[in-house]
Write a protein that binds this ligand. Structure first.
Ligand code: SF4
Length: 333
């Protein structure tokens, strides 16, 4: 599998890196347009919201300059800026749109050695084993189709790192990861939603069945694994949709996942920016903003009201306890 892009925007210095040269060769048939900075491409950031799907077809290649780790307290201890930000898929709720607005296209950073060296140094300097989230800014399984970065990352971390790296995904292309010497130091997390939501909202991601098989394969390959049911979207009939999803997971997940995996649950937050882009770029798409159930959360963001969240949480806990009782629910947020 490969991804079809229609143009590459690139910082010239990126071509001095091995990965930059590799991409230049791989996508030689595409127009390559020089830019000063991956953060500032006026001809793209100035586009109309309507252009959002078109912008997602571009690939941006640059050098990551900021490497600030942010403390975290969920699955990981640290959020790490890594080899990409943005994504080719178009989930209607993608929080990267809050950060990058319509410029949530896939940006690749070619200075992976520098980022890995920093990660290894930080992991080895810690007195207790730390967990580093390397996939909070993009989807690394999708990125791997373009760069092949994941096998390199997983094996190098296994050899030289302490603690764990982790990343979530909505994609099923895990074959290149199955035979790796991961040393038990990678925690793989697959994200799930009911088929109807994947189809109507998570545009361009892998189907449910393929995600279940990919998670099972990763568990069989000895990886530590978890599943995210995220984001929970309270569309009309949500109870039935999520009850059926949980039943299907209970039915099809490998015993290794059920016996050793964990569960994260995140309810959707949505933003004014996303609503504006979706309304213009996907006029026939399902409406995610629900004024009866949602409330403002500051800075143009909306979340489900506290009483709605409490009811949804109780429902999900009950279903999960019934169907996947051996899996620990790490948090519901
Ligand atoms: S797969 Fe993840 S990163 Fe990509 S659009 Fe969907 S939510 Fe955003």
């Amino acid at each position: 599998m490969d991804i079809n892009f229609d143009a590459v925007y690139y910082e010239p210095q990126a071509l001095n890196y091995e990965l930059g040269a590799f991409l230049q060769k791989k996508y030689a048939a595409l127009p390559w347009l020089e830019i000063k900075s991956h953060n500032l491409i006026p001809e793209l950031s100035g586009s109309d919201n309507l252009q959002f799907p078109h912008l997602k077809r571009h690939l941006i290649v640059g050098v990551r300059k900021t490497h600030k780790y942010v403390e975290n307290n969920k699955v990981s201890d640290w959020l790490v800026p890594y080899t990409s930000s943005g994504c080719r898929a178009m989930c209607l709720y993608c929080y990267l749109v809050c950060n990058y607005n319509k410029c949530a296209y896939l940006r690749l950073f070619v200075n992976r050695e520098q980022m890995m060296d920093r990660l290894l140094k930080k992991s080895n300097a810690a007195s207790n084993p730390q967990t580093f989230e390397i996939g909070s800014n993009s989807d690394l399984v999708l990125e791997n189709i373009v760069t092949g970065n994941l096998p390199w990352t997983i094996e190098r971390y296994a050899r030289e790192g302490k603690g764990f790296i982790t990343f979530p995904t909505k994609f099923a292309m895990v074959k290149p990861l199955l035979g790796l010497a991961h040393g038990g130091k990678t925690i793989f997390r697959m994200s799930f939603n009911p088929t109807e939501i994947i189809r109507r909202v998570e545009i361009g991601t892998s189907p449910l069945d393929a995600r279940i098989s990919a998670l099972n394969d990763m568990a069989q390959a000895g990886y530590r694994v978890g599943l995210l049911i995220a984001p929970i979207i309270l569309l009309p009939g949500w109870q039935q949709l999520y009850a059926e999803l949980i039943e299907e997971l209970a039915d099809k997940l490998d015993e290794k996942v059920k016996n050793h995996g964990f569960i994260e649950i995140i309810l959707m937050t949505y933003s004014f920016v996303q609503n504006a882009i979706n309304t213009e770029a996907f006029p026939h798409a399902v409406q995610l903003f629900d004024r009866d159930l949602m409330t403002g959360r500051g800075r143009g963001k909306y979340c489900y009201r506290a009483d709605v969240r409490v009811a949804a949480e109780a429902f999900l806990r009950q279903k999960l306890t019934q169907q996947l009782g051996s899996m620990k629910i790490l948090y519901i947020s």
